[in-house]
Design a protein around this ligand. Structure first.
Ligand code: NAD
Length: 363
């Protein structure tokens, strides 16, 4: 065996109904005295509850998806003006992303309290958007020192957002099975994450207040993010990065829509990944299991529904081909990627794409 697996240093607490005490314990562990709470307006009430054991010096609620640079700069200035020594971020990936933008330039430690299944809390990946272009990078300083998962905080997440966000988490599992730094350890996290999400998301969709579904889905989302953090971005993430950054498509819904098309594209040339996913889904094939789950969840169906124009596809193809991982199980060409994106745009049968039998060039 030859592989390098990176485990990230982070304390993870699962504390259903116990976020206030767990957050307090983590802030104490950091010896922090001047806490900044970041939470967007939709999570303001949750943040009040979660930080009820603290006396924050600042509450910041300007949160914008994909972290525009101007928002990051205003937040950094506010943190500096209040001499903040820790950030508690309560919200989805956009909130965690803003906290990471502050940590990137100041080194201020983060305690993340997620309210979606996005998974940013378990990665050292930051992202900033300037003039419509999203830049991402990896820096250990942005990795939250601690995560507090409290399933009760996800009770208010609307079902359509839960579904899209949960499938975004599932995409971390699937893509990490063939991403550039995929390894056997990531694969274990990915397979168990996929199993848990497959079990939990239908429960969340039918009983959004039920803790059993929320807890298992959150556990799956954490494993998914851990697999993704170590394996890196595969073809699926590269496609969604381009679609989100260039065409401003919604993050989680885009992942939820594109996933079956990338799975159909890669599975014939990634039999081990396909078998692991089929087993996780308890289904004859990985794609059949994913599609059955998507039907159960009434998942988003097409990129057209999300606002992409057919005329945008050639630009997207050019951008994705330029960044597609050379190690992708199926060799990416302009022709087969166009087939993939056209099928996803129309919401067609995922197996109805251009031929994908090409294998990568040797080496
Ligand atoms: P988000 O954080 O923008 O949240 C989506 C919506 O849900 C928002 O309107 C928010 O106000 C609302 N919301 C969140 N929690 C809620 C709750 N409990 N109740 C009611 N409403 C709630 O979206 P997201 O999908 O969580 O995150 C997407 C962002 O995170 C993107 O910018 C993406 O690039 C980034 N991301 C980064 C990483 C990484 O590793 N750096 C990983 C995943 C996602």
């Amino acid at each position: 065996m030859h592989f390098v697996h990176e485990s990230l240093p982070q304390c993870v607490r699962f504390a259903t109904g116990g976020a206030p005490d767990a957050v307090r314990a983590e802030v104490d562990r950091l010896n922090a005295r001047r806490v900044m709470v970041i939470a967007g307006p939709a999570a303001a009430a949750l943040a009040e509850k979660v930080t009820s054991e603290l006396s924050p010096v600042l509450r910041h609620d300007e949160v914008v998806m994909h972290v525009p640079v101007e928002v990051a700069q205003r937040t950094r200035a506010a943190a500096a003006a209040h001499r903040v020594d820790a950030i508690v971020a309560v919200g989805g990936g956009s909130t965690t992303g803003l906290a990471k933008a502050v940590a990137l330039t100041t080194g201020v430690p983060i305690v993340a309290v997620p309210t979606t299944y996005a998974g940013s809390e378990a990665t050292a990946v930051w992202g900033l958007t300037e003039a419509g272009r999203k830049t991402t990078g990896i820096d250990p300083v942005v990795l939250p020192r601690a995560i507090v998962y409290d399933a009760t905080l996800l009770r208010g997440l609307p079902v359509d957002l839960s579904v899209a966000s949960g499938l975004n988490a599932l995409a971390h599992c699937v893509d990490s099975l063939w991403a550039p730094s995929a390894d056997p350890i990531n694969a274990v996290f990915a397979a168990e994450g996929a199993r848990a999400l497959h079990q939990g998301l239908p429960l969340v969709a039918t009983a959004p207040q039920g803790l059993a579904g929320l807890e298992i889905a959150l556990y799956g989302a954490y494993l998914a993010a851990t697999a993704f953090a170590s394996a890196g971005s595969g073809l699926h993430h590269k496609i969604c990065h381009v679609l989100g950054g260039r065409f401003d498509l919604p993050h989680a819904q885009t992942h939820a829509t594109v996933l079956p098309y990338v799975l159909a594209f890669n599975a014939p040339n990634a039999p081990d990944a396909a078998e692991r996913l089929a087993t996780a889904f308890g289904s004859p094939t990985a794609l059949a299991g994913l599609q059955e789950l998507r039907r159960t969840l009434h998942a988003p169906r097409s990129l057209r529904d999300l606002g992409l124009r057919e005329a945008d596809i050639p630009v997207a193809v050019t951008d994705v081909v330029a960044i597609a991982p050379p190690s992708n199980p199926t060799r990416v060409t302009e022709q087969n990627l166009t087939g993939l994106l056209l099928a996803a745009w129309a919401g067609a049968d995922p197996t109805d794409q251009a031929p994908v039998i090409d294998r990568p060039a040797a080496g």
